[in-house]
Design a protein around this ligand. Sequence first.
Ligand SMILES: O=C(O)c1ccccc1NCC(=O)[C@H](O)[C@H](O)COP(=O)(O)O
Length: 263
Amino acid sequence: MDSDTELAPAVRSILEAARARSGGEGVVDVDARSLPDALAAAEADGRVPVIAEVKPTSPTAAGTRADDPVELAQAMVAGGAAAISVLTEPTHFDGSPEALTRVREAVDVPVLRKDFVLEEDGMDVVEADLLLLIARFVDDLEGLVAAARERGFQPLVEVHDRAELEWAIDAGAEIVGVNNRDLARLKVELETFESVAPEVPDDVTLIAESGISSPADVRRMREAGADALLVGSAIMDHGTGDSDVTENTRRLTRAEPTAGDST
Ligand SMILES: O=C(O)c1ccccc1NCC(=O)[C@H](O)[C@H](O)COP(=O)(O)O
């Protein structure tokens, strides 16, 4: 794991808070909904596979969107989302494990737990279909991938560069997210995905994460090899706080590869 001193202050603070939170009681046992199946179903239906994120706020968000997480998730599914991501981090993203549980009960697509899980006991806080593991923040990635699978989770291993991709593949990751947001500087560059994607083995489910805000961005990430896109801010629209989440999602799930369109 990188030294904390190399990270943006907000990310250092997120990691400190994650270390201070207690893990779950007992060991969860999940009967997970398959992400690859959900992505294939979206493709078959003519939708771009989008994992839409319930993200009330974040250190870089323009504001907070306090709508009910279930209503947000249902609106995202109505807009064609293939899966839902729910932030469960409480202190910097206003998320909660309870919100994830309620969302998972209310929708029938796979639900990703988006949090900063650093140790095995942090997995046992709540059931989800997918669990995020951020390669740069964990010491024993292979052990955590195995521990997540033992509980029934599909681990989504997040990387930011080619070295981290190699760790992820060596750890046995089958679902990899390339985060366009550099968690050291909090800068977002879509080139990140384009530089890492060519190195990803064909049998890995590849997700482009962060900074995707327009149909043109969707097409750009798809052309670079994304099987799915993880989108939070552009759908939540923290700035106005009241735009139509279904329409925001539909705009991305219906992005067609039309040459020359720059909307
Ligand atoms: O989103 C942030 O501000 C953030 C800050 C510090 C650490 C992580 C952060 N985001 C986590 C994510 O990976 C995103 O929520 C996710 O990829 C969606 O990104 P976006 O579509 O850009 O909201």
